[in-house]
Structure formats: C-alpha cells, structure tokens
Design a protein around this ligand. Structure first.
Ligand SMILES: Nc1nc(=O)c2c([nH]1)NC[C@@H]1CN(c3ccc(C(=O)N[C@@H](CCC(=O)O)C(=O)O)cc3)C=[N+]21
Length: 286
C-alpha cells in the first residue's frame, strides 16, 4: 500500500493564476502593478536560488519585483534602515526578508521593521498575533500554504491529533496555531522532546519542520497518518524519509512539488492582497 500524494504544484498554479488575474485587474483599473521587494543578506547560494525563484514566479503572475542584496557583513542597523525605506516606499506592496540572515544580525529586529501592511510573508509579531487569535491578517507563507493544501485534500483536522515537529517562529510555531484554529489537538515537538518516535506514532497529522534531511522515519508513523514535509534541505531533500513514509501514510507531500510551491503561491496571493488594500485605501480617500 502506498500513500496518495498531496501535490502542491497544481493547486499552487491555480492560486498563482487567480493572483495574476487580480494583479492585472489592479493594473487595468488603477494603473497599479503589485510589487514585492525581496531582501537578501549575504551570499548563501541556496538562499539566492530561493529568492530568484520568488522573483521568477512573481513575474509570471504580473507582480513586479524589487531586489535588495546586501553584503554578509551588514549590521542590524543597516538592514533595519533598508527595510524601513521599503516600508515607507508607496510603490512597494510586499516585503520579504529571506531567512536566515547572518549571525551578527538581530533577525527579529529586522522582521519587525517590515510595515505590517506589507508583511506578505507573515513574519512579523503582528501577523503572528493575528494567526494566534485567528483574526484577519497575513499568514506565514509556509504554514499558510500547508493549511491550504490540507484543506484541498479534505484532511479532517477537527479533533485530530496534529504533531508539529519544530517550533521556529515562521514555520513550526505558526503552523501549530493554524492547526489549533482548525480545532486540531496540537502537540509541538522539538529538540528537547523526549520519546519523539512514540509521540509521532500517536499523530493523525504530522508536520515535519525540523530542517534535518530524512529525519522522520516510516516506523515512527501511525498507519494511515497524514504527513506534511515542510523540510527544504540541500538537494531538494525533505525532513521525512519519503520512501519509508509513503508505505505507511495515507496522504503525504512529495519534495519537491509539495509544500514549496504552496509557500510561493501564498506569498504572491498575499502580495496582491496587500496591493489591493493599498489601492482601496487610497481611492477611499479621494
Ligand atoms: N522569510 C522567508 N520566507 C520563506 O518562505 C522562506 C525563507 N525566508 N527562507 C527559506 C525558506 C525556503 N522556502 C522555500 C520556498 C519554496 C520552495 C520550493 O518551491 N521548492 C520547490 C523545488 C525547488 C527546486 O526545484 O529547486 C519544490 O518544493 O517543489 C522551497 C523552499 C521559503 N523560505
């Protein structure tokens, strides 16, 4: 028996097509093209690749992109100053600061320099709070994309036990909040969790967001579990040992083609949301 795949690619393509239509309507009606600014600090090749992917995907959706690249030696103050400029620039609707940033930078301070109205990647405390309170606001791109994927595959969340492995501020932690808002019973597992394997065995839904290649093994899973692999390790390897897990799970995301494209789709959708809100608040004033 082999699990059914939760394919993000096709669902994401549909979301991007819808975002593209909305972008072109904004252009036609108001002469405004949605614009996403990406900020990359340092010269990590993998990060550069992700940023390039985000720009390519934006272009296809009729979203302009602005690229800011800063040296690895950038200070927190310099980065905050750059982001503040983008926050104040009316031609920019969304801002993405590529994570991780070099160690000398206070990443939280940099994220908080993003105007909450432009936080289309959902990384600010404001967006996190909106997620935690289940109120309107931007969702962190990967967790938001994961929930869309689970909904598209009709995964029942109410009363289900969801185990989130990982508690990072832009992935594991908000993913748990979204699952909770869908009435799942949520357990966070992390590096200090005891008996992880036994815990994962009790999960109806597993979200793997640890950043360790092939970390979650097939024999950790309850037969019939739904497995979401949010890992993005070198060489397009996920956090789940796919070949083992696919034999035990009922539904599983592939890597590539699962969570990754959904992350980008949500980012673009939220960029158009931000542009629409900006245009409408301007036209309301006129
Ligand atoms: N502020 C911030 N926000 C992020 O959302 C963010 C980030 N920093 N830092 C890095 C991670 C990683 N990430 C990915 C997005 C898409 C794919 C993706 O689409 N991957 C393709 C494969 C890519 C390929 O073919 O090379 C796939 O899974 O099908 C992967 C990884 C977003 N991240």
């Amino acid at each position: 028996m082999s699990a059914e795949l939760m394919i993000g690619t096709d669902l994401a393509a549909g979301m991007v097509a819808t975002a593209a239509e909305r972008a072109s309507a904004l252009q036609e009606k108001y002469g405004v093209q949605p614009c996403l600014a990406t900020v990359l600090v340092g010269d990590d090749p993998a990060s550069a690749t992700y940023v390039r992917m985000k720009q390519n995907r934006s272009k296809k959706a009729g979203i302009a992109s602005r690229s800011v690249v800063l040296p690895a030696s950038t200070t927190t103050e310099e980065l905050v100053a750059e982001i503040t400029k983008l926050s104040e620039d009316p031609s920019v609707h969304g801002i993405l600061l590529q994570h991780p940033v070099p160690a000398q930078i206070d990443e939280r301070a940099a994220f908080e320099a993003i105007d909450p109205a432009k936080d289309v990647d959902g990384v600010t405390m404001r967006s996190f709070a909106a997620t935690a309170f289940d109120s309107p606001g931007f969702r962190s791109a990967t967790p938001g994309g994961i929930l869309r994927l689970l909904a598209a595959y009709d995964v029942p969340l109410e009363g289900a036990h969801a185990v989130v492995i990982g508690r990072s501020p832009i992935l594991g932690k908000p993913a748990g909040m979204l699952l909770l808002a869908s009435n799942a019973t949520v357990t966070y597992a992390h590096s200090r969790t005891r008996d992880l394997k036994d815990l994962v065995r009790t999960a109806d839904v597993v979200i793997a967001a640890v950043g360790k290649p092939n970390f979650v093994r097939g024999d950790w899973l309850k037969p019939g579990a739904v497995v979401v692999d949010a890992g993005y390790n070198e060489g397009n390897v996920g956090d789940v040992h796919f070949a083992e897990a696919v034999e035990v799970a009922r539904l599983i995301t592939p890597v590539p083609g699962g969570v990754g494209p959904m992350t980008l789709a949500l980012l673009l959708e939220q960029t158009v949301d931000a542009a629409e809100t900006a245009v409408h608040s301007l036209t309301a004033l006129n």
